[in-house]
Write a protein that binds this ligand. Structure first.
Ligand SMILES: N[C@@H](CCC(=O)N[C@@H](CS)C(=O)NCC(=O)O)C(=O)O
Length: 223
């Protein structure tokens, strides 16, 4: 159904609800930066596929961010979404610089890979509502190739942070929003996780200042 507003699909957290996912933050930051009229439709993990599949049939995977444009078109995938938003709403402009974004995403893959023993249980236990537990354990055990709790037991936190640090040290438009999405997600876990990740950057103050500078677009995170 067409409406004048864009609809953003996002994943809620436990109460008080805040956006937390790196992927959805990227799109939310673009919407906020461009000052677009949008509303959020919150989907728990098990609701994503049933909600999206009738409108975007035949995909292997159903993910958020997905948006419904004012003309009723559903668009899935943050990379496609930012291109469409930039084309349809060019002001204020957001230089995307894909090679730069792609380079950063490659770094981030190494960070996330190393931090799996930290963030996988932390998303489940600290961010998501309990109704996601079975879905998260099943799908993420699939990602790591074994029972998730067993995987966590077998990997030390110290090694995980150390591994992530090697990528974070090398790090550093839309690339800023991708990095901000990452920082915002890990800040939401709490200081015991956020601080060691920040330490890994080699310059925590710099990254905190960076987040502070993006405040005009990071504040809107729950509607
Ligand atoms: N390439 C996608 C990745 C999006 C993605 O993986 N989203 C996660 C949430 S952070 C998701 O929807 N996962 C669905 C699931 O695990 O079933 C994008 O950037 O839009």
């Amino acid at each position: 159904m067409a409406s004048s507003k864009i609809v953003l699909f996002d994943i809620p957290s436990k109460e008080p609800n805040h956006a937390w996912s790196l992927n959805t933050w990227k799109t939310r930051l673009v919407l906020n930066y461009k000052g677009l009229d949008y509303e959020t439709e919150w989907l728990e993990y098990p609701e994503i596929k049933p909600r999206l599949e009738p409108h975007i049939p035949g995909k292997d995977q159903y993910t958020v961010p997905t948006v419904i444009m004012p003309d009723g078109t559903y668009i899935m995938d943050s990379k496609v979404i930012v291109g469409v938003l930039e084309e349809k709403y060019p002001s204020p402009p957001l230089p995307i610089n894909w090679p730069h974004v792609q380079r950063y995403i490659e770094e981030l893959k190494g960070v996330f890979e190393n931090l799996r023993p930290i963030f996988m249980p932390a998303v489940r236990d600290r961010l998501l509502k309990d109704l996601n537990r079975e879905y998260w354990n099943r799908t993420r055990s699939g990602h790591v190739g074994m029972d998730l709790d067993q995987f966590v037991k077998e990997h030390s936190a110290e090694e995980a942070y150390k591994g992530a640090a090697t990528y974070l040290k090398n790090t550093i438009s839309y690339v800023d929003f991708t990095h901000a999405g990452f920082l915002l997600m890990f800040r939401q876990f709490g200081d015991d996780i956020f601080q060691p990740v920040l330490e890994g950057t080699g310059d925590p103050e710099l990254h905190l200042k960076f987040l502070e500078a993006l405040k005009p677009w990071t504040e809107r995170d729950n509607y």
